[in-house]
Design a protein around this ligand. Structure first.
Ligand SMILES: [Zn+2]
Length: 166
């Protein structure tokens, strides 16, 4: 979370999606201090923005797309997408989130498993998450656990943090 020079937490006001160098997604995050009125804007790569956003927010682009839907559809989409974003442990709804297919079956993450996923390098995190949720869905599991992660990691990434006796 951003702290203002006056000592208060800064409130996230909005997020714009921008394309940075090499086509990477950049977010321009606008924050404001409600104590002294100071406003700042920070340009960061999407995957590094986690601590800079203080609550569930839609990017301007995602909001714009939602605004163009018929009101009764928009209401349903908003609810469904926000539920999905919370389930994934994310905070920001992007234009791409709206296009992402949402699974019918809700798969939960054990807190330990979620913590472990957060330590996975950003470049492979999305792939790991999809692989794990797909495997869980295939097996009819409703939860992702650390032991499932270990199994998948060994199988797909050829590594394991568990030392085995040989
Ligand atoms: Zn301030």
């Amino acid at each position: 979370m951003l702290t203002c020079g006056c000592g208060r937490w800064m409130h996230t006001e909005g997020i714009e999606e921008r394309t940075g160098e090499h086509g990477a997604l950049q977010w321009f995050i606008r924050s404001e201090c409600r104590g002294c009125g100071l406003k700042v804007g920070v340009d960061v790569p999407g995957e590094q923005a986690h601590g800079l956003v203080d609550r569930l927010l839609w990017t301007d682009e995602a909001l714009h797309r939602l605004d163009r839907m018929p009101p009764y559809v928009a209401g349903l989409v908003r609810e469904e997408v926000e539920q999905d974003i919370r389930r994934q442990g994310e905070r920001v709804v992007t234009y791409e989130t709206l296009l992402r297919p949402r699974t019918e079956k809700r798969i939960e993450w054990d807190p330990e498993a979620k913590q472990r996923l957060d330590r996975v390098p950003a470049a492979v995190r999305a792939m790991a998450r999809i692989e794990l949720e797909r495997t869980a869905a295939d097996r009819g599991l409703s939860r992702i656990t650390v032991s499932l992660m270990e199994e998948i990691k060994t199988k797909y990434f050829g590594m394991s943090s568990v030392k085995r006796e040989t």
